[in-house]
Design a protein around this ligand. Structure first.
Ligand code: BGC
Length: 400
């Protein structure tokens, strides 16, 4: 009998997103962004998931997951305003049917940061008309594919594209405007609420929510200024958006990665005299903090009392196939998640980010998060040590 059993119906899963894996999303605002030289690499064919998905779904079956989180690419589905691609609709349908046949629940993100270029040019979330346009897209995909979707994640981590698209200017549409940021924040929240209502009108029993990037901000040992800064960071990342949508969520979706400790350090400041504490040994300089997942789950449960799904949690390393660090990362985080379950928090599932190495936005292909390694020259897939370790956990429904 192993040491850390999980509840019987706990959903084990893994996540990807469309733009980061499918390849060839020519009609997307990000494709255009890349062409302008705004990113480290161009996404190109990415993992070619669009063509190799049957093989990748075989990997899911081998891993033994009960859930798979992936996203629909709006720009592929609606490359021109109001004109939906029958080919894309049919293929997503085929993919969803395939998951169903394999007994894998689909967790489907409807907007994982990328929009059709026409949408970004004509609207953009800072314009009020964007709300109706987004809801129309949601309505269409729910009508066409909703019967096969088990869990709807309407938007992924809204504060990331809002902050990067409207304050730092690093993501499309590339503005640095607090006013536009404010408008986009309110419009995206409204779009979310309306999408939630629309999905429920079409499919009353649907499970609908969003995912929130919820890292742990900790000012322990810091001075009052750092305490305030960490509070603001947490408010910005989590509360600003979540408070606007708290009555339209059937579950709380959490993406947890790291410790987000903010220090006052005028000499090495990255923002207004502050910087985030970094770990130089990590390729993205992220500070791993397994206990943080327990703290985040406890705080979210206390505040919202909704069933929780961890929809992303993962580690970037360049250890290759022998990724012991990733194995440890998964084990440690799952121990802390187990502690949350023991303390009565209703966590229903966990998805590791990511099944495959993939296109990491501004940083490109150098950052590898996959349980499966991709050789970008040949696109060959090779499961890593962490793939087999996670497979064992799923098979036993327990940590060793
Ligand atoms: C995003 C993913 C991204 C991952 C790692 C998450 O915040 O949803 O798209 O690849 O973090 O940075």
């Amino acid at each position: 009998m192993s040491g850390y059993p999980y509840p019987k119906n706990f959903l084990w899963g893994t996540s990807i997103s469309s733009y980061q894996t499918e390849g060839g999303n020519l009609s997307s605002d990000w494709w255009d962004w890349e062409k302008k030289g705004k990113t480290q690499d161009k996404s190109g064919q990415a993992c070619d998931y669009w063509n190799r998905w049957p093989n990748d779904h075989d990997l899911l079956s081998e891993l033994g997951v009960q859930a798979f989180r992936f996203s629909l690419e709006w720009s592929r589905l609606e490359p021109k305003e109001g004109e939906f691609s029958q080919i894309a609709l049919a293929q997503y349908r085929e993919m969803l049917e395939d998951l169903k046949r394999r007994g894998i629940k689909s967790i489907v993100t409807l907007w994982h940061w990328t929009s059709p270029l026409w949408f970004q040019k004509k609207y953009g979330f800072h314009r009020r008309e964007a709300v109706a346009v987004f809801v129309k897209y949601v309505e269409r995909v729910t009508k066409e594919l909703g019967d096969l979707i088990d869990i709807f994640v309407v938007v992924n981590e809204p504060m990331v594209p809002l902050g990067e698209g409207y304050l730092t200017g690093n993501f499309p549409p590339g503005y640095r405007s607090p006013l536009r940021f404010w408008k986009a924040l309110n419009n995206l929240a409204q779009a979310y609420r309306k999408a939630y209502e629309k999905i429920h009108a079409l499919k009353p029993e649907a499970q609908v929510g969003l995912s929130c990037l919820y890292n742990w901000y900790d000012a322990q040992g810091g001075n009052w200024l750092e305490k305030v800064a960490n509070k603001i960071a947490l408010g910005f990342r989590v509360n600003w958006f979540m408070e606007k949508v708290k009555n339209q969520q059937d579950f709380f979706g959490i993406d947890y990665y790291r410790l987000g400790k903010i220090k006052f350090d005028p000499q090495n400041s990255t923002y207004l005299g502050f910087r985030i504490v970094e770990d130089e040994k990590n390729i993205m300089r992220w500070v791993t903090y397994p206990e943080g997942i327990f703290r985040v789950l406890s705080t979210a449960w206390e505040k919202y009392h909704l069933p929780i799904y961890v929809l992303e949690n993962g580690l970037p390393t360049n250890e290759g196939l022998e990724d012991q660090e990733r194995v440890n990362f998964i084990q440690e985080h799952l121990k802390c998640l187990r502690k949350a379950l023991e303390s009565g928090i209703d966590v229903r599932g966990y998805c590791y980010w990511s099944l495959l190495d993939n296109y990491e936005w501004l940083s490109g292909y150098q950052m590898r998060f996959g349980l499966v390694e991709i050789d970008y020259a040949t696109l060959a897939r090779k499961p890593r040590k962490s793939f087999y370790a996670y497979k064992e956990i799923i098979k036993n429904n327990s940590l060793i």
